[in-house]
Each structure stands twice: as structure tokens, then as C-alpha cells.
Design a protein around this ligand. Structure first.
Ligand SMILES: [Cu+2]
Length: 119
């Protein structure tokens, strides 16, 4: 019985993630993550819903968080494992200038950050 439940949970996880192997979603903005930088480090998007396609080409896990000009983090992606890719949706972002950064300990300080301009 326990085996069946675990199997179902694993299947549900696979469906929920969906990111791996699906390829880059149309209209998304690709950002590549390595130690310790984002490429590109300057990103411009239109306001509203923004879809990022996070590609971890590094050797450790990373994420992408977005901080507004007041210093408040408004969105954080799931962790992306080394060699993996994930879609990161941000619903209804307002025009302005934001900082994006990796929230893993020490990564931003090591240079994992960039500027997000929303028009
Ligand atoms: Cu990182």
C-alpha cells in the first residue's frame, strides 16, 4: 500500500514540475545561471505576466528572486538543480526597475545578480 502511494506521489510530482525536457516556453525570457552569475545580467520585459526560462548550466543549485526598488522581494523561483531547467512565472509585474538575484547563501554577494527593467 505504501508503495502505491509513493508511486502516485512521484507521478504527481512529475506532472507538477513539467519543466525538464519540455523545452523553452514560447515568449519566455531565458536566463542562464552559473557560479556565480546570470546571463544576461540585464533583462528587459514588458509589464504584466512575465515568463522566465531558467537554465542552470552550473554545478550547484540556483534560483532567481526579484527585489523591487524598496528592497522587498516580490517573487522567488523554485530551486533549479545543476543541469536542469525550470519555468518561472511572475504574474502582473508593474513597470519599474528591479534587481534579480540568487537567494542561495552567498551567491548574490559573489556576483549572482542583475537588473530587470519592466516597461
Ligand atoms: Cu545561485
Amino acid at each position: 500500500m505504501r508503495g502505491v502511494a509513493a508511486g502516485l506521489a512521484a507521478a504527481a510530482l512529475l506532472v507538477a514540475c513539467g519543466g525538464s525536457g519540455g523545452g523553452q516556453p514560447a515568449g519566455s525570457t531565458m536566463v542562464t545561471m552559473t557560479e556565480f552569475k546570470f546571463d544576461p545580467s540585464t533583462v528587459s520585459v514588458s509589464h504584466g505576466k512575465v515568463v522566465f526560462w531558467l537554465v542552470n548550466s552550473g554545478t550547484t543549485q540556483h534560483d532567481l528572486a526579484i527585489r523591487d526598488s524598496t528592497g522587498k522581494t516580490i517573487a522567488t523561483s523554485e530551486l533549479v538543480s545543476a543541469g536542469d531547467q525550470k519555468e518561472f512565472d511572475v504574474n502582473d509585474i508593474a513597470a519599474g526597475t528591479y534587481t534579480f538575484y540568487c537567494s542561495q547563501p552567498g551567491h548574490e554577494a559573489s556576483g549572482m545578480k542583475g537588473t530587470l527593467t519592466v516597461t
